[in-house]
Design a binder for this molecule. Structure first.
Ligand code: AHG
Ligand code: MN
Ligand code: MN
Length: 334
């Protein structure tokens, strides 16, 4: 079988389809390289003394793990000097990180969740890095947080790296979703899945059911109907999976279909859900739509939401189209 590397894929996209400017190609390659470094750190585990808590809190009030901070630092350092970025933003940083003056400034903005699934780090369950790329407005001088507040439809690239039994890179530049596997001996990303597609129908769903008593009526109704199986209105049985690393749950859905939900609930009425719009929901929604699936906040397409804050949260329903449409329809006033 002919092996297609990430570099070859990107160069061909640039040449044949004129899709990817050279600067963007460099950006993707640098992010992919940083993910290789993170994968290496993750793989060392206790031997690298990277497990456990950093005993600090991020802006969301969550306790940071050592690997959250290590991964954030790796991404910042890798992406600072290439001249392709204007600024970066991360789950682990309160505000944006403009490119230091000593380096040239580019036109792209990079957002990331450096390590998704932090609660799984110490138990050796798959975790990942999620990223999203936007373009700064023409003529921008000094980037501010406001430059990042663009709807997800404006993303030019989105993807994630998955640190599991295999290390994977799943990517979209708006031309379908491609999956690359890290060849550990060669240190190269090799394309192993072209044009991933999510089937429109599924019998598998993902939700943290321990929050059931806090759910709102439309989610309760939808899940009750799934649980009723063959004897209920859906007339079929459904299976449940919840990994607690969004990146891993979404990868399963891109591989064999399914619906993933993290709704808003009554635990913290001021917070619209748990997941963050800019560096979790938007990149995943872009990937899922590119694979033929759907992604909503229960009311509207996630990619259409106009962000108001960098760390804004959003309810998430994504995956197999017919299921996402059904649960979304339950939220609409009759
Ligand atoms: P992070 O580790 O980046 O903070 O994100 C964790 C997220 C997401 O990956 C996962 O789906 C969800 O939190 C799990 O939440 P629960 O612990 O409430 O199940
Ligand atoms: Mn996350
Ligand atoms: Mn994280």
């Amino acid at each position: 079988m002919k092996r297609i590397s990430l570099t070859q894929y990107l160069i061909e996209e640039q040449r044949l389809h004129n899709k990817i400017p050279a600067e963007l190609r460099l950006l993707i390659e640098v992010v992919a390289r940083a993910c290789k470094t993170i994968s290496h750190a993750v793989g060392k585990g206790a031997l690298g003394e990277v497990l456990g808590s950093a005993h600090s809190e991020n802006v969301q009030g969550e306790v940071q793990k050592k690997l959250d901070i290590i991964s954030n630092d790796i991404l910042l350092e890798a992406n600072e000097w290439g001249g392709h970025l204007a600024a970066m933003a991360s789950e682990e940083m309160e505000t944006i990180h403009p490119i230091p003056n000593r380096y040239p400034m580019g036109e792209y903005l990079l957002l990331f969740d450096p390590l998704d699934g932090s609660s799984n780090i110490d138990v050796n369950v798959s975790i990942g890095t999620i990223f999203s790329v936007l373009k700064a407005a023409d003529g921008m001088q000094a980037p501010t947080e406001a430059d990042f507040l663009q709807p997800g439809t404006r993303q030019v690239v989105a993807g994630y790296a998955l640190y599991g039994p295999q290390t994977l890179l799943v990517l979209t530049t708006g031309d379908g979703v491609q999956c690359f596997t890290l060849d550990r001996e060669m240190g190269a990303w090799v394309m192993t899945h072209k044009n991933m597609e999510i089937p429109a129908d599924t019998q598998e769903y993902a939700i943290n059911a321990s929050n059931a008593r806090h759910w709102q009526a439309p989610v309760k109704r939808y899940i009750d109907e799934l649980l009723a199986g063959t004897t209920g209105p859906r007339s079929k049985d459904f299976n449940m999976r919840w990994i607690a690393s969004m990146v891993t749950d979404v990868h399963r859905i891109l591989t064999r279909g399914g619906i993933f939900m993290y709704p808003a609930d009554a635990r913290e009425p001021d917070k619209p859900g748990k997941l963050r719009l800019m560096y979790e929901a938007n990149p995943m929604a872009f990937l899922v739509e590119q694979a033929g699936g759907a992604a909503t906040d229960g009311q509207q397409r996630i990619l259409d939401i106009q962000p108001e804050k960098l760390h804004q949260r959003v309810p998430v329903f994504l995956g197999s189209k017919n299921e996402v449409e059904l649960v979304t329809s339950y939220h609409k006033p009759k």
